[in-house]
Structure formats: structure tokens, C-alpha cells
Ligand binder design. Structure first.
Ligand SMILES: C[S@@+](CC[C@H](N)C(=O)[O-])C[C@H]1O[C@@H](n2cnc3c(N)ncnc32)[C@H](O)[C@@H]1O
Length: 397
């Protein structure tokens, strides 16, 4: 029987697994494990890692995202005793607001961006006896499409200025505190959680709302102690799952991105707050410059094969093969880049596999109709989330 709801903590996040935690915990609980070690390879908000820790597992988390390091230190990499940090929360809530990187880039800021506008011409063609007028791009003498550079005025409204100034001052003050690494990361998480409650977005940072859409943005930013999660302190590794040198464990839980939505651009502000390197920015969203893919300053270490239909399946097999575990437990959706048939064919390469499933509410982008209605999917209210267990051959562990 599947366990009851499990309470965990996290910001709004695409593909967060809060609703299927009981199934994941049940499935892992029933495996014939060698020890209680589990790796949450694509940990994101760490909700699955938190649930595992609560259920007695010794958890290692990893993710490409820098902010996941903050969340994991807050909820996974400590023994759950966090009350002593209240004095820092009080101190941070008292700091004097001062405009800095966040205020100057995300708080009612006017920017001018340059964009390419392609030169077009109209032409007529005849089909089935009917003449239709169409538009096409014009090429230059070298065969390249002709374009003009035009400027566009954009106003970026992610937080009210008063809250941006408060957040800037708090983040700067965290740098001055004499605390341990996990405590610093915990306090950064407290800041991110407080900012997530007041922002003018639908929870994603690859586009912002044009007007101030809800009263929530007017509330005053205030940090609160995040709950401690009791259990064995885990550890966190920042980086790509395909290069991290993991220690052996019984189980790897794998929840890779299953669409082309790139987390490094969807949540770039949380990563910048964690790193606090105040980078140059670009594009309509003032995205950190090293995440602008067309630019020459792009940080290639943030690229991931799981955002590409061509590469995701091969990367998944490579990952299963390299993980030093007995079982790989996947969260999988058949609406993603890897088809059901491809996933099943991959599973068949290993000693054994089992599919478990649960009907699941569709994620926020689908509810908004993102991706257009190409998808007859858009009409469906539920999709199926699978939990797949792959047992590897013993000798590969
Ligand atoms: C579907 S989300 C995981 C959600 C998580 N289970 C939760 O409940 O919050 C996928 C995660 O994979 C991470 N990611 C993408 N490519 C990666 C890679 N090559 N190595 C490690 N993490 C990666 C993303 O940053 C994102 O946090």
C-alpha cells in the first residue's frame, strides 16, 4: 500500500516530484538493497532527497544547478537542528535595504535590447487554381537572409524595488557572517524561498509578466526559519551526472529533465543569488551572460544532453552504466523527449525492470498551454508519471 502524503519543502519548480513522493518511497522501500545509501542524481528542489532522509536513508544529492546546493545544504546535508540559525534570520531581517545587482537588473528596470528583424517580401503563388499571397525572407548576394538591427524597450518587473533592495542587502550581509558552509547555504535558501513568494512571475525566469499581476508583490520581504529535516546528514555534489565520481550506493533515483525546458535558463536568478558573482546580463530577461547560448561567453558546463531529443536517450544509457548502484529508479513521463517504446527497449538491456505508475496533474507550462496546442496533450488534464525500477547486473555495480 502506498504511504500517505509526505510533507517536504521547495520553491516552485518544473517537474518537482512532491505529488508522487509516496509512490517513490514505497518503490524504493520494497527493493532488495545492500545498504541504506541512495543517490538523488537530479535533485532539483531536493524534495525526493528530503523524503528519503525522513525515511532513514543516507542520501547523496547532485545537480548542475548552483541553487540546488543551497537547498540540499538546507534540508539534506545537516541533522535537522536549525533553531540556532534564528538569530541570523533576525539579524538579516534588520539590515538596511541597499540597491545592488538584483535591484539594478530585476526591479522595475528599463532596458533597451537589440534584435534582428528580417527583411521580407510578399509574393503570390497559385495552388489548386487559387492565388494566395505569402511572405518570405529576402536573401543577400551571399545567400544569407537580410536583416536590420532594431532596438526594443523592455521594462523588467520581477520584484518591487523595496524588496529587491532588501534582498540585495540581505544577500550581501550573508557574505559577512562567520558561519559554516551549510549554514550559509541554508540562509541563502531562506532568502530564495522568501523571494519566490513575492515575485511577479509564474515561477519561471525565462519570461516575466508585463504588468504587476498580483498583490503578492507588494508584501514586504521577510525571511523565516525553514524547517529542519531530521535524519542522517547527507552530502551534495555540484556538477553533471555524467562526470561526477559517485560513491557506491544501493539505489540511484533519477529524475532527469524530460522536456527541452533548460533549467539553467529557467532558474538563472536563483543560481546567481547562490553564487553572488553579480554577472553581466543580456536578453529581454537580463539573463546572466554566461547562459546566453548564442553568445561567446556561454558556460558550456551548464549544457545537458537531457534537453535534446537527439541526445537524451544515449545519455540515459551512459548514466545507468556508469552509476555504481544496484538499482536505478527513474521518474519518467511518456510525454517527454524519450518515447515509451525507447525507454522500454533501454530497460530490456538490463537484468530486470518494473514499471509502476500514477496519474498525475500536468505541470504548470502545460496548464498554461505552453508549446501551443500542437499537443492534443493540451486537452488532457492528467498525464501518467511512471516510476521505473531497473536492476543492473551485479558485476557492473
Ligand atoms: C525534473 S528536475 C528534478 C526535480 C526534482 N526531482 C525535484 O523534485 O525537485 C531535473 C533536474 O536536473 C538537473 N539537470 C539537468 N541536466 C543535468 C545534468 N547533466 N547533471 C545533473 N543535473 C542535471 C536540472 O538542473 C534540474 O534540477
Amino acid at each position: 500500500m502506498t504511504a500517505k502524503k509526505i510533507n517536504t519543502y521547495g520553491i516552485r519548480y518544473l517537474g518537482s516530484k512532491s505529488k508522487i513522493l509516496p509512490l517513490i518511497i514505497d518503490v524504493i522501500g520494497n527493493l532488495n538493497k545492500r545498504d541504506n545509501k541512495v543517490i538523488d542524481v537530479f535533485t532539483g528542489t531536493t524534495r525526493v532527497a528530503q523524503a528519503l532522509k525522513m525515511h532513514g536513508y543516507d542520501v547523496t544529492t547532485s545537480d548542475l544547478s548552483w541553487a540546488s546546493e543551497a537547498y540540499s545544504n538546507a534540508f539534506v546535508c545537516n541533522n535537522g537542528s536549525v533553531d540556532h540559525l534564528q538569530k541570523y534570520i533576525d539579524e538579516l531581517n534588520q539590515v538596511k535595504p541597499t540597491a545592488d545587482w538584483l535591484t539594478n537588473h530585476y526591479c522595475n528596470v528599463d532596458i533597451e535590447i537589440e534584435k534582428k528583424v528580417y527583411v521580407t517580401e510578399t509574393y503570390t503563388s497559385t495552388k489548386n487554381g487559387e492565388t494566395v499571397t505569402k511572405k518570405r525572407k529576402v536573401k543577400d548576394e551571399n545567400g544569407e537572409f537580410k536583416f536590420n538591427i532594431e532596438t526594443e524597450d523592455v521594462n523588467i518587473k520581477v520584484w518591487k524595488r523595496k524588496n529587491g533592495m532588501k534582498a540585495d542587502a540581505i544577500r550581501e550581509h550573508i557574505e559577512t557572517l562567520d558561519v559554516e558552509h551549510w549554514e550559509k547555504m541554508y540562509l541563502i535558501s531562506c532568502l530564495i524561498f522568501a523571494m519566490d513568494k513575492l515575485d511577479n512571475t509564474v515561477g519561471l525566469q525565462q519570461a516575466y509578466l508585463k504588468g504587476w499581476k498580483s498583490d503578492r508583490v507588494d508584501k514586504d520581504l521577510k525571511l523565516s526559519l525553514l524547517p529542519g529535516v531530521k535524519g542522517t546528514p547527507g552530502n551534495h555534489i555540484v556538477g553533471s551526472a555524467l562526470t561526477i565520481d559517485y560513491q557506491p550506493a544501493s539505489v540511484a533515483y533519477l529524475d532527469p529533465p524530460y522536456t527541452a525546458a533548460d533549467y539553467s535558463t529557467y532558474y538563472h536568478i536563483w543560481d546567481s543569488i547562490t553564487k553572488w558573482d553579480k554577472p553581466d546580463v543580456s536578453l529581454k530577461t537580463n539573463r546572466r551572460i554566461d547562459r546566453v547560448k548564442s553568445g561567446d561567453r556561454v558556460d558550456k558546463s551548464m549544457q545537458s544532453p537531457w534537453y535534446s531529443k537527439r541526445k537524451a536517450l544515449k545519455a540515459t544509457q551512459e548514466l545507468i552504466d556508469r552509476l555504481p548502484v544496484k538499482y536505478c529508479v527513474f521518474s519518467y513521463s511518456d510525454e517527454g523527449l524519450i518515447s515509451y517504446d525507447e525507454m522500454e527497449a533501454l530497460c530490456k538491456k538490463y537484468k530486470s525492470y518494473t514499471f509502476h505508475q500514477q496519474a498525475h496533474a500536468r505541470h504548470v507550462m502545460s496548464r498554461m498551454g505552453a508549446g501551443g496546442d500542437e499537443a492534443d496533450n493540451a486537452k488532457k488534464k492528467k498525464n501518467i508519471e511512471y516510476v521505473i525500477v531497473i536492476e543492473k547486473e551485479e558485476e557492473t555495480c
